[in-house]
Design a protein around this ligand. Structure first.
Ligand SMILES: NC(=O)c1ccc[n+]([C@@H]2O[C@H](COP(=O)([O-])OP(=O)(O)OC[C@H]3O[C@@H](n4cnc5c(N)ncnc54)[C@H](OP(=O)(O)O)[C@@H]3O)[C@@H](O)[C@H]2O)c1
Length: 228
């Protein structure tokens, strides 16, 4: 499958690397290819600059958001939550129309430092904002509830016995995402319902951040549902 991953950060790199290793044809999208490739400093999380990562992933193309979106039969939004609508505008509605758009973003606003606030919550969500802005795209919220490494390596937590969610209005799109997640090794995939259910998975992030910085002692953990 031709897949366009919009986003050059940890999530974009991690998902693109995994999907490429599974035989898909990947293009990563960014605002400005030359500027991205020219960065020499590690990012805020200490990850090496993009060009170093790209050197070890020669099969993955890097293009503007627009070209990456045009090239993908399936798209992933892995851009900063506060920049996602802008990034998707740059990708262009015509390049999103009719396509499955997996939204991995979180609406975290760090403009006042840590802890961040949610830029949208309660009665709306970033996934719904994206779906409203691009009504012809088939938005499926998923994978935003865990750190990038866990998304593609389920066995790294609890032997793989933990949970991931789907939110979206298009059943066919959710089925396609379910298959993609299964190809990553996901077994416990819960369909929450329509795109409005993304409110719940986005509002988990404030607690996720406190768990990471506190009792979990790092990011390698995830949600596991248990019932009587
Ligand atoms: N890090 C994780 O483990 C993790 C886990 C779950 C969910 N998420 C969510 O996944 C998304 C990506 O996270 P990340 O850590 O990989 O990277 P990030 O630093 O949150 O986002 C990087 C991407 O956002 C783009 N971007 C930033 N501001 C923009 C703007 N104003 N307009 C257009 N594009 C803009 C950047 O463009 P350039 O390429 O041009 O720099 C880059 O491609 C975020 O929404 C995050 O909350 C992250």
């Amino acid at each position: 499958l031709k897949i366009g991953v919009l986003g050059s950060g940890t999530v974009g790199r991690t998902l693109a690397g995994k999907l490429s290793s599974l035989g898909h044809d990947l293009t990563i999208g960014t605002r400005d290819v030359d500027a991205l490739m020219a960065r020499t400093e590690p990012d805020g999380m200490g990850n090496p600059p993009f060009s170093v990562w790209k050197g070890s992933h020669p099969a993955i193309a890097v293009e503007t958001f627009e070209v990456a979106a045009a090239s993908g039969e399936l798209l992933i939004n892995a851009t900063s939550g506060t920049g996602s609508l802008e990034a998707l505008e740059q990708a262009g509605a015509a390049n999103l129309n009719g396509k499955v758009l997996i939204d991995v973003s979180n609406p975290l606003d760090f403009s006042n430092g840590f802890p961040p606030s949610l830029s949208v919550c309660n009665t709306d969500s970033l996934a719904e904002q994206i779906q409203r802005a691009f009504p012809e795209a088939k938005v499926v919220k998923s994978l935003n509830t865990m750190t990038a490494a866990v998304m593609v390596d389920t066995g790294s937590v609890a032997g793989g016995d933990h949970d991931v969610f789907l939110s979206g209005d298009d059943e066919g799109a959710k089925n396609q995402v379910r298959k993609l997640l299964a190809s990553f090794g996901w077994k416990n995939i819960h369909d929450l319902g329509g795109i409005e259910t993304a409110r719940g998975v986005e509002m988990w992030l404030p607690l996720w951040l406190f768990l990471m910085g506190g009792p979990m002692g790092g990011a390698m953990f995830n949600l596991k549902m248990v019932k009587a």
